[in-house]
Design a protein around this ligand. Sequence first.
Ligand code: ZN
Length: 451
Amino acid sequence: MTIAYCTNDAIKKNVDNIRQAINAGPNKHKAYDKLAYIVDTFGPRMWASPRMALAVDYLYNQIQNWEATKNGLVEVRLEKLDEISTWVRGSEQLILKSPRKRPQKLGMIGLGLIVPGNIKDGEVVVVRNWSELDEKGKANKIKGKIVCYNVPWTTYDDLKFYRQQGPDRASAYGAIAVLLRSVASFSIYSPHTGNVRYSGNFTKIPAAAITVEDAEMLQRMQDRGQKITVDLELNNEMKASESHNIIAEIKGQQHPEQIILMGGHFDSWDTGSQTGAMDDGAGTLVTLEALKVVADLGIRPLRTLRWIAWSGEEMGLPNNGAQHYVKKHGDEDHVVALENDVGQLTAIGFGFSGKLQTSRMVRQLIMNYIPDLSVVNENDGSGVDTKPLGDKGVPLMRNIYKDPNDDYYFKYHHSAGDTMNILNPDEMDSNVFAISSMMYIIADNPERLPK
Ligand SMILES: [Zn+2]
């Protein structure tokens, strides 16, 4: 298919320069190298934790020291969130008592935001899905027991509800705790955490993720009629804290009030020594490098190109970075908002959520200037941090890859396996280019995207 729209030579040249700077120039592998330094130096970045605060300060200082910032092309600032409370993990353990001949520690991690708990010799009932839970609940086989959800992998969107709503739905039948088979597409005995959402309608009960392998083992024990008991200890607390979004931008030369927003969330879980490399340190550093390439080339587009490191996506607690951003900036004129938070395999194009006429123009711009990124998936542009802007009518985008069901991403998501080893500098660069060129083109095209 060919479309005969005229291209703009200046934009074409800038896109070529962006590509060159990333593929063979001074920006090559920089997103990966800078991320590796942060991961190696600061470790996991639980929301509003002292470690995260150090990493935020470091990143902010780095941007302040860019040549383009000293020259006045880039402006950077910290935006302090309003009053927040964050969830802080304490010591945790799960010990299998019966039917083991000797007590056995099992691999586990408490789910995020759970209440503390200390259960001795709790009896475990395994269910494979909601209907088994309802069946056993109605037969009064759940009351006073620990429910283990052993739900095999299909897609994250199907399974995340077992993590988020599983404690409430088990509590409704009188359960005292939940063990969750990790929501993961593959396992080598790795527990995967993530947040729980209590509705407030039921007694809040504690919950921990266990490995796929141990969930299957508990299932076998139950199927052969063995009584399963465990000790479960989960310590944690809510603590008042503080945190900041980081914002850096190149103000538009003709329409500074029109904003092209891109970013990732800088907070992470704490499952292993490098957790938060992929989710979402990588998305944060890739989008930051996307801004830096444009800045290093000395380009000031017609509209404002703004980058954000959102604070507090994983816990999703009140007054987090996305909510604060919308409260403070939601009434500004956002042309588009892009979130990069589903991994960094080789980019093939974009997901888009918004009006058809807007998506048509995005496609035109891609065909004109970056035809190698021609995949545009409709109704697939939303992210957790951009959704509040989408709700206000802002078109949303995200970078996408060939990864059916996001199986690659969910092997490592929220587990100790989320490390620098699962990232690749060339793949990260392909996303730096996709985002940098796309956002630059939207910012500098004479005609703005339709509202
Ligand atoms: Zn994330």
